[in-house]
Design a protein around this ligand. Structure first.
Ligand code: MTE
Ligand code: LUZ
Ligand code: MOS
Length: 763
């Protein structure tokens, strides 16, 4: 079964927030954002803006009837700036006008008198000044300090990664109406309808039951709408609540780029100890996370960095410490991988540096240290059903790693200006929200009297195909054709207290709830069939596409069964609750069993660098991925391809630049480069690893959303290897993205202290 949304997307019929018909009397809102990154808000001059054509009302912090607070993990974020501004673009006022252009024009007339305060943009500087979002955290295994003496090689260094703009195609937005009895109804482009509901209620000073949030689908989220859709949902709701008219607020691309947070940049120190036979013995790492001006999800992102600090390698002695540093940038937030990629970049850099100093390919070190069953993660979980070795060996054999490396070396021998590099990128990603309590979901299933089925869950469709998966689960469990099943919008009045669509776990959590509800209905109907009707019900066999393709007759028995059950007053509705079993984590010890299971895979990445121009191409990515028992292979393959390209973009070309004043310079697509059709590798080979899947995964199909992004790290190391093939004396900084400029600078602007003899083997 292909993606349910495919035809609608291609025909332009799929409904997004902006396709909702606008009611008469709707006001359009535009946000006035702080022009300074840090300061005391002395006064706001709204006079000229108030008199501008079409302007109906301008709202500020003083108009908030409830609490001016939208912080989740830490209550440190105002919806509209009260006494201080903390980043450029921080919402200060909301202009409501009859048209959007009128609101936009009026925003330009607003003047703020702000007393400037010192601006910090660098996480290490923030840490030095004790500007921390939460106290630092340390994960420990064994004792690295006691191990250094036993190491044959010790490698130290610094690794840095940049941020990443989500660039969902649909910008942030919401459309809110006043509802009867002093409530609001909010259409929101959010991954977290409950978060929008909770914070809107808090801001308005009403109960959550007076706020209804509805989501049809998103034009992409990628984590950018997990927490940060709340601001715009709550602002639109505030407008509707105060003015008693519908209010639509949709960010322009420019406002979206400058006002919203991104993937966290990190700056990290590492120290890695190896034995003479290249076993990893000890690892010490310190992460400085650039959190931006408020906590947002940063503490949770920080935690996942620690969980993935050793990627897929067993290191018996580990000490990993992480600081979440407050700076005057827009609060950084969730982005596919959620801190995991940042942690993994550092250990991969440490291994690459060791390999370069020892004169061996990095993959010699990588493959000698892969996790195995029975070992322990630094956070205490025991490895079980580990496919790190299997995915590596399958990739190594299928893609002939050593032969491929020999071909790359041979190419480099005969090519003067273009050089190739090969890198292997194995991944291990934990599936579950690291906050145990969030691993719960509910589903509401109605069977209508004609046999059609309507399903509501907490899952938000954002292009990842979760609706198609839910339909499949329901159809298989009920034993009916999927075309009888419809996924309803995600609505807080039908399914409450939802976790956001995130952590790659949405299909697992909501799918399990759908499966439970459908199974209960099926059992009830079968009992009814047996007791009342003595009905032969073929459709109750597990739904099989092949049977259907062979022209199986319509499932008339299903319709009869449902209809007679109704007349016998059998309930055709079921509500189920699922909570992932056996999860726990003790933050005082930093030990536990936080993940339902792990996803593994191994990618081989080849790049070609033009050593005169600094330009490069990622030629080929061949990977083996652990899907478990995929039941939507087309969708899952699409997730791998999309995640991979997004990861490659982060590692190679996507470069966010803020100046000293905290102003985003790369604030348009002319200056911020994302992968396009031409930068997608010519060869992307995705092989399905044959594994039984996991019982905690829906229908044994493992979560697939985030893990493939981390294959993109291989792009950095492949380019680096190509650069060093041209000039082995060069050791570029471990600084991602490795843009063409950085390639060129590393080749020709090497530090004077290290004159670079050409073509001399590294020692
Ligand atoms: N795929 C598309 N097309 N659009 C998206 O916004 N988000 C990613 C991933 N794949 C995303 C996507 C992220 S960040 C996550 S956490 C997962 O999808 C969430 O969906 P899942 O839990 O159903 O995998
Ligand atoms: N969001 C979250 C996430 O709140 N907790 C997580 O562990 C997580 N992991 C990945 C992506 N989003
Ligand atoms: Mo994804 S970063 O969990 O939204």
């Amino acid at each position: 079964m292909h993606n349910l949304d495919a035809a609608g997307h291609v025909r332009g019929e799929s409904q997004y927030l902006d396709d909702i018909p606008v009611q008469r009397g709707t006001l359009h809102a535009v946000v006035y954002g702080s022009p300074l990154a840090h300061g005391k808000l002395r006064s706001l001059n709204l006079e000229a803006a108030r008199r501008a054509p079409g302007v109906v009302r301008i709202l500020t912090a003083a108009d908030i009837p409830g609490e001016n607070q939208i912080g989740g993990i830490v209550p440190d974020e105002e919806l509209l700036a009260g006494s201080h501004v903390h980043f450029q673009g921080m919402p200060v006022a909301l202009v409501l006008a009859e048209t959007e252009p009128q609101a936009r024009a009026a925003v330009k007339l607003i003047e703020a008198d702000i007393e400037p305060l010192p601006i910090i943009t660098d996480p290490r500087e923030a840490a030095a000044q004790d500007e921390l979002i939460v106290p630092p955290r340390t994960f420990r295994l064994g004792d690295p300090a006691a191990t250094w003496d036993a190491c044959a090689h010790i490698i130290e260094g610094v690794a840095e990664n940049g941020g990443q703009e989500h660039l969902y195609i649909e910008t942030q937005g919401a459309y809110a109406y006043p509802s009867e009895g002093g409530g609001v109804r909010v259409h929101s482009s959010t991954q977290g309808p409950t978060a929008v509901q909770r914070h809107t209620a808090r801001v308005l000073g009403v109960g959550m039951h007076k706020v209804e949030v509805d989501v049809v689908r998103l034009g992409g989220g990628f984590g950018g709408k997990e927490d940060q859709a709340t601001t715009w949902g709550a602002l639109a709701a505030l407008g509707a609540f105060v003015v008693k008219k519908p209010v639509k607020l949709v960010l322009s691309r420019h406002d979206d780029l400058r006002m919203t947070g991104k993937r966290h940049p990190y700056s990290s120190d590492f120290k890695l100890g190896l034995s003479a036979d290249l076993k990893l013995l000890a690892y010490e790492v310190t992460f400085y996370q650039n959190a931006g001006a408020a906590a947002d999800l940063s503490p949770a992102v920080l935690e996942r960095t620690l969980f993935h600090a050793t990627n897929t390698y067993f290191i018996p002695n580990v000490r990993a410490t992480a600081y979440s540093c407050r700076t005057n940038l827009p609060p950084n937030t969730a982005f596919r991988g959620f801190g995991g990629p940042q942690g993994m970049f550092v250990i991969e850099s440490a291994i690459a540096k060791a390999a370069e100093q020892l004169g061996v390919p990095a993959w010699e070190i990588q493959r000698r240290n892969l996790y195995q069953d029975g070992q322990e993660f630094p956070y205490g979980q025991r490895l079980a059903d580990c496919h790190a070795g299997l995915s590596w060996q399958t990739a190594e054999q299928k893609f002939k790693l050593e032969q491929w490396q020999a071909e790359v070396d041979a190419f480099n021998q005969q090519s003067a200006v273009k050089k190739r590099g090969l890198a292997v990128m194995p991944i291990c990603f934990g599936i579950s929200f690291t906050k145990t309590a969030m691993n719960q979901a509910r589903a509401l299933v109605h069977i209508y009297t004609d046999g059609s089925v309507g399903i509501s869950t907490g899952a938000v469709e954002m292009g990842q195909g979760v609706n198609t998966k839910m339909v499949q689960v329901a159809a298989r469990t009920l034993g009916i054709n999927p075309n009888r099943v419809r996924l309803e919008t995600t609505n807080t009045t039908r399914v409450a207290n939802t976790s956001p669509t995130a952590a790659s776990a949405t299909a697992d959590l909501n799918g399990k709830a759908v499966e439970m509800a459908c199974r209960a209905l099926r059992v009830r109907l079968m009992r009814h069939a047996a007791e009342e009707l003595k009905l032969e019900y073929e459709g109750l066999e597990i739904y099989d596409e092949q049977v259907l393709a062979a022209g199986k007759p319509a499932e008339t028995d299903w319709e009869k069964l449902v209809s007679t059950a109704y007349w016998k007053r059998v309930s055709l509705t079921e509500n189920a609750h699922y909570a992932t079993p056996d999860l726990w984590f003790d933050q005082t010890q930093e030990k536990g069993n936080p993940f339902a299971y792990h996803v593994y895979g191994t990618a081989l990445v080849q790049a070609t660098v033009d050593a005169v121009r600094g330009t490069y191409e990622i030629d080929a990515v061949r990977l083996v991925h652990d899907f478990g028992q995929s039941f939507t292979p087309g969708i899952d393959r699409g997730q791998i391809e999309g995640g991979l390209v997004q990861g490659l973009g982060w590692m190679t070309m996507e470069e966010l630049i803020y100046n000293q004043e905290g102003r985003l310079l790369t604030n348009a697509l002319s200056t911020y480069k994302v992968p396009d059709l031409y930068s997608v590798p010519a060869v992307v080979d995705v092989e399905f690893l044959e594994t039984p899947g996991h019982p905690n995964a829906i229908l044994r199909a493992k979560a697939v959303g985030e893990p493939p992004l981390m294959y993109g790290l291989g792009g950095y190391f492949a380019i680096r290897n190509a650069v060093r093939a041209f000039r082995p004396s060069v050791f570029p900084a471990f600084s991602a993205p490795i843009t063409p400029e950085k390639v060129l600078m590393s080749l020709y602007a090497a530090p004077a202290a290290e004159p670079a003899p050409v073509h001399q083997a590294a020692t």
